[in-house]
Design a protein around this ligand. Structure first.
Ligand code: PGA
Length: 254
């Protein structure tokens, strides 16, 4: 069994002003101080990144962004580059979240360019993949995951130092209160790891963390994390309240 330190990542989406985000990060840091064996990360909105970076400075909690543009700079109104995020103190960047794919038309090709840009600037990519309800019902889940993983990572040179993280987020489980069962999640994670083995080679696939996302809460995280291929969680709703997020980070104590 590989030694993959679990990562509990909070995706704050378009919630929290900079002031609110800074306060929440400060509270979270106090609540999880001293927790070992688990890594925590929060990804606030772009505009709140400086406030959260200040609040987390000197703590063990990592900082992430929710998106990026693949160019370093240029006339791309409304966008933020990997270089900007790195300079602002980000360690991670979430790429290809289903809301980006489905609400903003992000393709696997765009996701691939974003992963490349993140790697080039030393940001750890959190590559999100997942099937819709229709795709699952039609029996296409594993094919969808194969395509998203293969295209997302196509042609990239990834090493252990890249810090790649993959997040499996079934679209039908995000923000719906419907969580994948531990068995469903494990089946998808094992499949993703198999596919990663083909793309990256087995040793790297075995050391890559695969997070589960979709209605993860303090009440269901411990059971999910008993599955061998679940290496943490990407959490939306339950990450917004610092006490609830801290309970998720302390899932082993639950
Ligand atoms: P949720 O969101 O925890 O609110 O379901 C997960 C996500 O979108 O990353």
């Amino acid at each position: 069994m590989e030694n993959r330190t679990p990562l509990i990542a909070g995706n704050w989406k378009m919630y929290k002003t900079p002031t609110e985000a800074g306060e929440a990060a400060r509270k979270l840091a106090g609540l999880v101080a001293g927790v070992t064996g688990v890594e925590a990360m929060v990804a606030p909105a772009f505009v709140a990144i400086p406030a959260v970076a200040r609040a987390l400075s000197g703590t063990e909690i990592a900082l992430g962004a929710q998106n990026l543009h693949w160019e370093d700079q240029g006339a791309f109104t409304g966008e933020c580059s990997a270089a900007m995020l790195k300079d602002a103190g980000c360690d991670y960047v979430i790429i290809g979240h289903s809301e980006r794919r489905h609400l903003f038309g992000e393709t696997d090709e765009a996701v691939n360019k974003k992963v490349r840009a993140a790697l080039a600037h030393g940001l750890k990519p959190v590559l999100c993949v997942g099937e819709t309800e229709g795709e699952r019902d039609a029996g296409h889940t594993m094919d969808v995951l194969d395509v998203q993983v293969a295209r997302g990572l196509d042609g990239l040179s990834i090493t252990a130092e890249s810090g790649l993280v993959v997040a499996y987020e079934p679209v039908w489980a995000i923000g719906t209160g419907r969580t994948a069962t531990p068995d469903q999640a494990q089946e998808a994670h094992a499949h993703i790891r198999e596919k990663l083995g083909q793309v990256l080679g087995k040793p790297l696939a075995n050391s890559t963390r695969i997070l589960y996302g979709g209605s993860v809460k303090p009440g269901n995280i411990a059971e999910l994390m008993t599955e061998p291929d679940l290496d943490g969680a990407l959490v939306g709703g339950a990450s917004l309240d610092p006490a609830s997020f801290a309970d998720l980070v302390r899932f082993r104590a639950a």
